[in-house]
Design a protein around this ligand. Structure first.
Ligand code: TMP
Length: 238
């Protein structure tokens, strides 16, 4: 499969057209952005680590019946994926308070939540990705119907339940994560984008060490070192 013209460039990935109109190639970049792209950085090898981690996590989800856009990994930094129309809602699932939840509601970082909290944010950088309730999503026609919103919530809970259990077997605490969904040619809702330490908070279960992009956001230290640790842990047989 060959990369043809650039289809879309995001902050951490590039999407290329292919000879097949229903397939794209995703290339994971070494670039980081945070704080609504105000903070930028690059670490060689980050893209390859995220490509491998996300591929493995999508395979685990597929094995549990979650439909995703992933077709196959092509090399260290690229995947073949089904072309989808991205639903412009960032779905965030939280198991433990951290990040914007602690700032917005004053809940202490590290407090376990009594249930998995699902939040929707508008995927719009110009508006700084504001939080949305269900009615905002419908008002803005971000989804076709209320039942699509319910489906996003159901899928988000299911994905959380699979990943949380899996990470626990690797001594990793899944604190929260962001996912995106797309609609394919046949109208199916598929998990799209990526799931990686760029889009998740992952803490060591025992020491609570941060093993994710918060290291970049908070200038804690090298990012790729801990992304390698995540890849090693999820690849090992237990
Ligand atoms: P938040 O606490 O900043 O709202 O982030 C919650 C989770 O979502 C965290 O794991 C980071 C992830 N996330 C992204 O991947 N992209 C984003 O643009 C934002 C705001 C959060």
């Amino acid at each position: 499969m060959k990369k043809l013209g650039l289809f879309y460039e995001g902050k951490s990935k590039k999407l290329y057209k292919t000879e097949d109109k229903n397939l794209l190639i995703t290339e994971f970049k070494d670039d980081f952005t945070a704080l609504n792209a105000e903070k930028k950085g690059t670490e060689i090898g980050k893209g390859a680590l995220n490509c491998k981690i996300s591929t493995q996590l999508f395979h685990i989800l597929e094995a549990q019946g979650i439909k995703t856009h992933l077709v196959k990994i092509l090399n260290d930094t690229t995947q073949a994926v089904k072309k989808v129309t991205i639903i412009p809602i960032e779905v965030i699932v939280r198991n433990t308070a951290a990040g914007s939840l602690t700032k917005r509601l004053g809940i202490a970082e590290g407090k376990k939540l009594p249930f998995a909290l699902i939040e929707f944010y508008y995927k719009n950088d110009a508006l700084h990705s504001p939080i949305l309730n269900d009615e905002h999503c419908l008002l803005m026609n971000l989804v076709k119907s209320e039942s699509d919103l319910e489906e996003l919530k159901r899928l988000a809970r299911e994905i959380n339940s699979v990943l949380k259990k899996f990470f626990e077997t690797r001594n990793i605490d899944l604190i929260d994560f962001k996912i995106e969904f797309g609609i394919d040619y046949d109208g199916n809702i598929l998990l799209a984008d990526e799931i990686s330490p760029d889009s998740c908070r992952l803490w060591d279960f025992t020491t609570h060490e941060k093993l994710d992009k918060d290291r970049f956001r908070q200038n804690i230290g090298s990012v790729t070192v801990t992304y390698e640790e995540i890849l090693k842990r999820i690849s090992s047989t237990v």
